[in-house]
Design a binder for this molecule. Sequence first.
Ligand code: AP5
Length: 215
Amino acid sequence: MRIVLLGAPGSGKGTQCKVIVERYGLLHLSSGDILRQERSAGSELGKKAQSYMDSGALVPDQLIIEMMTKAIKNAPSSGFILDGFPRTVKQAEELDKTLAKAKKIIDIVLNLEVDDKIVEGRITGRRSCPKCGAVYHIKNLKPKKEGICDKDGTKLVQRPDDTIEVVANRLKTYHQQTEPLVDYYKKAGIVVDIAADKDIEDIKTFMFQKLDEIN
Ligand code: AP5
């Protein structure tokens, strides 16, 4: 199964991807996580991406397309879920071309819909584990011990782009450049709209139902 997860920053893409990959044995390909790994490693790509990410702008298409095409080509036959890619129509067109060469298509697009006001609270309250990537929230999804990862005891951190100012820019970027993708995929008839203002568990149940129908 090949899935695209669409949604604004903080709509819950990363949170829901974790449970989807566990249930369906898919590869989780998060463009944001890959970029953050490149930055930690101090690679050329990481250095080039840094200023765009910190300001809430998109990293140029050419860099992202190359990075994600490579990751997709190495994905297992069970499939993958794309989180944060594509983010522009150009990226979606290039993704389609890459898949077409392998006689494959995107099977379903899960579109997480949530109001900008809710996003601000979710993002500024997010904390994550720099070691294992587990994601928490200071109110909605608290770790057992405040500020410490349940899984490996590491001190939780806040992403540098999770400030109120950068979130505003990330949302603007989303509405201008990524939201048009909903129509792009609606033309292919593969979009499932999901009310992402609900509880994490309710969203998960609804998504599993839709994915079971096509699996
Ligand atoms: P990326 O890392 O992809 O960030 P994003 O899209 O802004 O998404 P987030 O990770 O912020 O949110 P999410 O939807 O995963 O929410 P989460 O589940 O964590 O991209 C970062 C940057 O990299 C971009 O700005 C750009 O510069 C660059 N980039 C990446 N991909 C690119 C591309 N393709 N092209 C160009 N540039 C690219 O949830 C958020 C919080 O809310 C958590 O604390 C969680 O616990 C909580 N939460 C989740 N769901 C719920 C719920 N239902 N109810 C209550 N709380 C909830």
